[in-house]
Structure formats: structure tokens, C-alpha cells
Design a protein around this ligand. Structure first.
Ligand SMILES: Nc1ncnc2c1ncn2[C@@H]1O[C@H](COP(=O)(O)OP(=O)(O)OP(=O)(O)O)[C@@H](O)[C@H]1O
Length: 238
């Protein structure tokens, strides 16, 4: 299965009768089976790019070509759980009865650290727990394309690290394609096969990261200089 191609994508919003350009001609290939990270400063158009790529909003002009069929799941910055459903029912929400393999769901809930909370309602969970339930819901759907918009931003350092590892494991096992938005350079370096730096609604630079994710050490000289290069390129506040 091939990936997604974006060709000369333009998008602007009308704000108080003013046309505000957000994406100014994005050309990007998102290959299947890779972990593509979209990195950029707040307000540079990352979420807009993700929403357009996932078909949640139309572009003003340009082309978005999906090569082959993709089963797509989204994880947003906020968990968007159904407040009237338990954790378990939220996780199986997108599945048909015949797709609800109890053992698999139980193991997924364990993976995101929510064992024992299957019957809890979202209002009984912390913000991070809700987000973990949302991630389990996306993974339960067994997507081959996962679109994630700063999904770990609300998590504490340790949970975030654990979730990053779990996501990398899932990606390796399932060969899923992941499009992941973040403004953290470290997170991009930990996760990405390719880091796409966006600035002023355009692709500024694409960094391929060759080292396998499980062998990466951000304190290695190579990663330190890569991080410095990204910072210099963007004048980042991380
Ligand atoms: N529905 C909308 N209506 C008007 N303006 C919008 C809308 N959605 C986004 N924008 C504007 O588009 C620009 C880019 O927003 P976007 O959410 O894509 O940025 P971002 O890079 O994801 O930011 P952050 O990292 O802070 O989430 C911002 O200036 C924002 O105000």
C-alpha cells in the first residue's frame, strides 16, 4: 500500500472579514509504513495540515492523493471520549460486535495503563488517563494510518515516555503509517523516521532519521547536532 501525496496545498481562514493564509503551498509525500512527524512552532499550521490530510476539512486548492485504501484513526490534543460510556465502551466504540476481541481489548487497556478502570466513566479519570483511553480507542480500531495531533501533550514525563515506546512498538508490529504533530523537537527525534519542519505554512526542511527508534539516544553527538540544526533553522522555543 502506498502513502499520501500532498501537492501545492493552500488554505486560509476568514477571520473578521480578513483572509488569513495558513498553508501556503505544501508539497509533501507521506510514505506508507513510516513515522512522519510534523514539527513547527505554535500557530504555524500543523493541525490544519493534519486535518486537511485526514479529510476533516477541505483545502482551498491543491491535491491530496490517497494511494490505496487506508483505515484511518485520529487522536487529537483533547481526548474526545463519550462521557456517558465507560472506558471499555469508549475503547470499543468504533468496532463492530464481531471485531470486539475481549482479550485484545483487555491487553490494550493494560498497555495504556488503565487496567482496573474498565468500568470507570471519563469524569472519574484524570486528564492523562482520558487521553490514554483515547489512544487505546484509536489502536483498537487497528488502523493502518494513524493521525495524531500532539496526543501526549497532557501526559506527565514518564507516561509520555511509556506511550511513545508503546506507539513505536505498535508501529513496528503493524507497519502502520503515522502522521504525528508535535512542537517538541525531542519528541520528534525520539519518534520520527522523517521530521518535516513547517514554517509559515510551508515545508521548510525534511530531516530523515536513519537510526532505528529503539537505538536512539538523544545525548549522542549525532542527535545533539541534529537538534542544534533544527533549533538554528527555526529559532525555536522548545
Ligand atoms: N477554524 C479556524 N478559523 C480561523 N482561523 C483558524 C482556524 N483554525 C486555525 N486557524 C488559524 O490558523 C493558524 C494555524 O493554526 P493551527 O492550529 O493549524 O496551528 P498549529 O501549528 O497546529 O498550532 P499549535 O501548535 O498551537 O496547536 C492559526 O493562526 C489559527 O489561528
Amino acid at each position: 500500500m502506498a502513502g499520501i501525496k500532498l501537492k501545492n496545498i493552500q488554505k486560509s481562514y476568514l477571520v473578521e472579514d480578513r483572509n488569513v493564509p495558513v498553508l501556503n503551498g505544501i508539497d509533501l509525500d507521506i510514505p506508507h509504513g513510516q513515522f512522519t512527524v510534523i514539527l513547527g512552532q505554535s500557530g504555524c499550521g500543523k493541525t490544519t495540515l493534519l486535518r486537511l490530510t485526514g479529510g476533516l476539512e477541505p483545502a482551498d486548492s491543491g491535491e491530496i492523493l490517497w494511494e490505496g485504501n487506508h483505515k484511518t484513526a485520529f487522536v487529537f490534543q483533547e481526548p474526545r471520549l463519550m462521557p456517558w460510556l465507560t472506558v471499555w465502551d469508549n475503547v470499543v466504540f468504533g468496532l463492530k460486535k464481531s471485531e470486539q476481541n475481549k482479550e485484545k481489548i483487555q491487553s490494550l487497556i493494560g498497555t495504556v495503563g488503565l487496567s482496573g478502570f474498565e468500568k470507570a466513566y471519563p469524569s472519574q479519570l484524570s486528564g492523562g488517563m482520558k487521553q490514554r483511553a483515547a489512544i487505546a480507542r484509536a489502536l483498537a480500531y487497528e488502523p493502518d494510518f494513524i493521525m495524531m495531533d500532539e496526543p501526549f501533550a497532557a501526559l506527565d514525563y514518564f507516561t509520555r515516555e511509556q506511550m511513545q515506546k508503546e506507539l513505536l512498538r505498535v508501529q513496528k508490529v503493524k507497519h502502520s503509517s503515522i502522521l504525528f504533530v508535535t512542537h517538541s523537537i525531542d519528541e520528534a527525534l525520539i519518534l520520527g523516521d522523517r521530521i518535516v519542519v513547517i514554517e509559515r505554512g510551508m515545508v521548510k526542511k525534511i530531516y530523515p532519521v536513519e537510526t532505528p527508534a529503539e537505538e536512539r539516544n538523544l545525548l549522542d553527538d549525532g542527535f545533539i547536532s541534529l537538534k542544534r540544526d533544527i533549533i538554528n533553522n527555526l529559532n525555536f522555543i522548545n
